[in-house]
Design a protein. Structure first.
Length: 117
């Protein structure tokens, strides 16, 4: 059974940093592209950042480029999202997802990030 478990969310002030982690039980984790998505209240889920199987390619939404960094440790079956210079508009539930880079059939339960002004 595939499981993705996010952690690291919380309540911070604007300008602070957080690092999210996603531990995956995917049997061949290193063969999957991984991504972070987020969903704010009343809004649709949106792509935040993605990373290819070996970490050689990363992709970001324009709203987070330069502030967020996605990385992975295939030895630990874990993907990370380092979030710096957080803004109130970054407040959302953040989800980890695994797939082929176009489709993501595997999802975590989400972790709440709240940024106060």
């Amino acid at each position: 059974q595939v499981q993705l478990v996010e952690s690291g969310g919380g309540l911070v002030q604007a300008g602070a940093s957080l690092r999210l982690s996603c531990a995956a039980s995917l049997r061949t984790f290193s063969s999957y592209a991984m991504a972070w998505f987020r969903q704010a209240p009343g809004k649709e889920r949106e792509f935040v950042a993605g990373i290819n199987w070996n970490g050689g390619s990363t992709y970001y939404a324009g709203s987070v480029k330069g502030r967020f960094t996605i990385s992975r440790d295939n030895a630990k079956n874990t993907v990370y999202l380092q979030m710096n210079s957080l803004k109130p508009e970054d407040t959302a539930v953040y989800y980890c997802a695994g797939g082929d880079g176009s489709n993501y059939p595997y999802w975590g339960q989400g972790t709440q990030v709240t940024v106060s002004s």
